[in-house]
Design a protein around this ligand. Sequence first.
Ligand code: 7RM
Length: 532
Amino acid sequence: MCKAANALKANGIQKGDRVCFYMPMVPELAIGVLACARIGAVHSVVFAGFSANSLADRIKDATCKMVICSDYNDRGAKHIIVKDVVDEALAMGCDSIETVLVHRNTGGKISWHEGRDKWWHEAVDHQPAACPAEPMDAEDMLFILYTSGSTGKPKGVVHTCGGYMVFTCYTFQNVFQYEDGDIYWCTADIGWVTGHSYIVYGPLLAGATTVMFEGVPTYPNASRFWQVCEKLRVTQFYTAPTAIRALMAHGDQYVEGFDLSSIKVLGSVGEPINEEAWRWYDQKVGKGRAPIVDTWWQTETGGILISPLPGITEPKPCFATNPLPGVQPCLLDQEGREIEGNDVEGLLCIKFPWPSILRTTYGDHERCRQTYFAPFDNYYFTGDGARRDADGMYRIIGRVDDVINVSGHRLGTAEIENAINTHPQVVESAVVGYPHDIKGQGIYAYVITGAPVADDNTFRHEILDAVTKVIGPIAKPDKIQIVSGLPKTRSGKIMRRILRKVASGETSNLGDVSTLLNPEVVDEIMDGALND
Ligand code: 7RM
């Protein structure tokens, strides 16, 4: 790591400079991120499933000086030329980039820009093995991580050195009850906040052994996770409900027969876990012996805020249960009044800051204020709705804004709409989430075209290609319904409530449609609904 830090310095990276990472789950990603922290450079990791377009937007927004990438990414059976995506992004006006450090992952031919591109091993291997840590203020920037919101453009969430490190370490130790000799494994990708906080920073600050896995849960088959758990004698296992549901759907034979007796704690994160998945995780993986910690938190919170503590909190399926010590959640009504008492539901807010609360959104402090602190005076607004049951325990219901959670990936419906609208035949579109058995939420797109499309199938494929190109394959709609109009209020606002209901298969009980400008379109939309 110190060699990598020296290599960054030798290539002109100084305290405060931004370095972008775009690579699969190889050790060099964690090493590179820590090398930045060592010299006070700010890392901005972009999930390698994002498109060249998304990568370029993020590089430009943070005016990064360097990109660190890999040559290729073997993901399951797929062979992705990562370096080509970087070249494509850099051709989109990323003028701030001076150097591209390329880590040789699989080997193989790649294109090369002399002067700009350098091999990681050539830059790093000969460096001195010591690099003094840069003195940092607790409030100096540690990293930027882009996350989707209700508007089109993802925000660069900023975390700082002191609070973030204190809180990820503290929450890691308490939520996972890590002990000497334990082997902790979080299956997330470092491209998301879970990987930052609970693969890299939290575990390593606590001196834990943390597993990094470069693969997918279903390759070569649906036993992959359990094979690894058995082989490494994993003691704490942390994954997302979407992975649990996908593996559950493959059948119990893939988990049965593995020795999972080393597992002491099971974690869940990223989206609400349904009861069936919770029970399967508890019984088939934990054999009823390993407490499940359903951890609620966000990119913006930096670390876990609401979670059971293993061995202390009485397990309750689907409940994130209680706030961690020092965290003060509350529920507000639409008018911003606090809802007191138990057995109630409302908008989840936090009353008092915690160490790893986001400090700003990069380059736009006002946007940070508007998004999180302006909705309700003196509260941090999470964007989630939650229920507090008779025992005072919290159950997260899900987003109340235009953010959807697809396979644990956070996406803004507006970003997907913008991507769809790049298709020349699209006049307008509206994207909503709908309940999906495996992904948690699926993506349902309503699309208005200028003229009737010649071939439905071709058109749908073109839409999928457009979304893949603008955002990445993770944002591809599951269903595309071509409509002649969208239900709008007299002020021209799309009534998403109706679109959500139709997408989720509800055809009666659409609520009041009398305020619509064009109520007739509702029948057409219902008739053409793509329900299984
Ligand atoms: C860690 C992460 C944040 C959003 C958040 C919620 C949802 C996360 C849970 C959950 C129910 C959970 N960061 N969410 N954890 N919903 N139960 N345990 O996922 O920024 O990518 O997403 O994810 O809606 O607002 S994130």
